[in-house]
Design a protein around this ligand. Structure first.
Ligand code: SDX
Length: 430
């Protein structure tokens, strides 16, 4: 990074002013490099929630929140959604460029030959109650995966990093499907490597040993698009967790388990499940006729109600993924003859009313990726409590690409934020 400009910080408390280099991005905001601030002034910056803090340099994904633009390695998400499948998107995020036909074939062959998990893994699932939330199962089992690869991984060896990335991308569909099968008391389905990545996942989810399962290509394509829309998204909460966990040298399986735990929250990846619960509640209370009342509740801070699937830390415009997700909704509902799905109609009416309401307009609150994803996943037959597991499956490639980028940084350090301490000063026992 080369600095053309500088920032000067002056103080009114007598601390001498200090200069900091400013580095430009290839696109997006410049950064002020304040790494020397504490050493030169004895002061910290204060930015809980990281509203104005770049925690790293990255070349993987870029979001322009004002334009509502999302780029994977420079390619707009709209073009990726139209021209790529999920595995080609994984290749792009992991390697920095789109694969040619041979590379795409080789990558798909490699991933599809790592889809099985150690047979011993089934014992971990059996330790859970059948009604355990599948995200609890996934956090536990992906963390347990590290026990099987803990010693065969030198994170400083690029080859080892790539094989761990392949293993995680390959095994997540198997482990997510196992969580679902376990919750409904059906036997686990083994992967079928001659199917595509997403068709194989659908078969493991919805197939059973008693009959052939033939995936519907329209539905496979729709789910494949849902996966690629969720693949990566800059330094969101779960990705930042994976980077921080990885900065200590923890193995990538443990880091991904930490990412899954963070994604679970309703403010983050858990919003798709929460959004469908919200839509169902409104529907039960009267549907479209009750939207006005719900919006009033949302605007009343004391109600604690939020319009789930709306708002975003970065997007202050329409989330481009939400637009593509709405299109996918049309396709899937059309294919299934559910064009008049009441929840889809309710969601579109809710979106229209919210986008005309000053409360949302002033705060630049728009639908995000989670607003429509629940409706389309439900139409695909995925139960609500599995939605965030699907998000975790899709985001694993983003997490592991960001982890790999962080580990290969030459001056990579353990992440260790400081604090503003306002507790008791030193005192002695009386
Ligand atoms: C994801 O970071 C990522 O990239 C995440 C993600 C990814 O791909 O990794 O995009 C995936 O997590 C999408 C977001 C899913 N979450 C939800 O849909 C939950 C509902 N949304 C909110 O909780 C909220 O919008 C956040 C958490 C997403 C963002 O919160 P911020 O940036 O901290 O903003 P804020 O909470 O300070 O909100 C600013 C104002 C507040 O009102 P005022 O204090 O100004 O009066 O907007 C209000 C908030 O109360 N507000 C909402 C709202 N979101 C924000 N009011 C009602 N409903 C909402 N959804």
């Amino acid at each position: 990074m080369s600095a053309q400009n500088k920032a000067t910080l002056s103080f009114t408390d007598g601390t001498p002013s200090v200069e900091f280099p400013i580095y430009p991005g290839s696109v997006g905001p410049d950064v002020v490099d304040i790494r020397k601030l504490y050493g030169q002034t004895g002061k910290f910056t204060f930015d809980p929630g990281f509203l104005s803090t770049a925690a790293c340099e990255s070349k993987i994904t870029y979001i322009d929140g004002d334009k509502g633009e999302l780029l994977y390695r420079g390619y707009p998400i709209e073009q990726i959604a139209e021209k790529c499948d999920y595995l080609d998107t994984c290749y792009l995020l992991l390697n920095g460029d789109l694969p040619d036909a041979q590379q795409s074939k080789d990558f798909s062959y490699l991933v599809m030959r790592h889809t099985m998990v150690h047979e011993q893994m089934t014992r971990f699932y059996q330790g859970f109650r059948r009604d355990a939330h599948p995200m609890a199962v996934l956090v536990g089992c992906v963390g347990a995966l590290s026990a099987f690869y803990h010693d065969s991984l030198d994170i400083n060896n690029p080859e080892h990093r790539m094989i761990s990335s392949i293993r995680l991308v390959a095994k997540m569909p198997t482990m997510v499907a196992m969580a679902y099968k376990y919750s409904i008391g059906q036997p686990f389905m083994y992967p079928k490597n001659d199917l595509s990545y997403t068709a194989n996942f659908m078969r493991m989810m919805f197939g059973n040993p008693c009959e052939e399962y033939v995936p519907n290509p329209v539905l496979v394509k729709a789910l494949d698009r849902i996966l690629l829309l969720h693949a990566d998204h800059e330094q969101n909460a779960s990705t930042s967790t994976v980077r921080l966990a990885g900065s200590s040298g923890a193995n990538p399986f443990a880091c991904i388990a930490a990412g899954i735990a963070t994604l679970w929250g309703p403010a983050h990846g858990g919003a798709n499940e929460a959004c469908l619960v919200m839509l169902n509640d409104i529907q039960k209370q009267g549907g479209v006729a009750k939207i006005g009342e719900f919006i009033s509740q949302v605007k009343d801070k004391n109600s604690g109600a939020k319009l789930m699937g709306f708002g975003h830390r970065v997007y202050k415009n329409y989330d481009p993924r939400a637009k593509l997700m709405r299109e996918t909704c049309y396709e899937v509902l059309g294919e299934l003859g559910l064009e008049n799905d009441p929840l889809f109609a309710l969601a579109m009416k809710l979106e229209q009313i919210a986008l005309e309401d000053d409360y949302f307009v002033q705060r630049k609150l728009y639908p995000n990726v989670d607003f429509y994803s629940g409706i389309v996943q439900r139409a695909l037959g995925i139960p609500t409590e599995m939605f965030t597991c699907i998000f975790a499956l899709a985001r694993t490639v983003g997490w592991i690409a960001q982890w790999g980028e962080m580990i290969s940084e030459p001056d990579q350090k353990i992440g260790r934020p400081r604090q503003l301490y306002t507790g008791a000063a030193r005192r002695n026992f009386k």
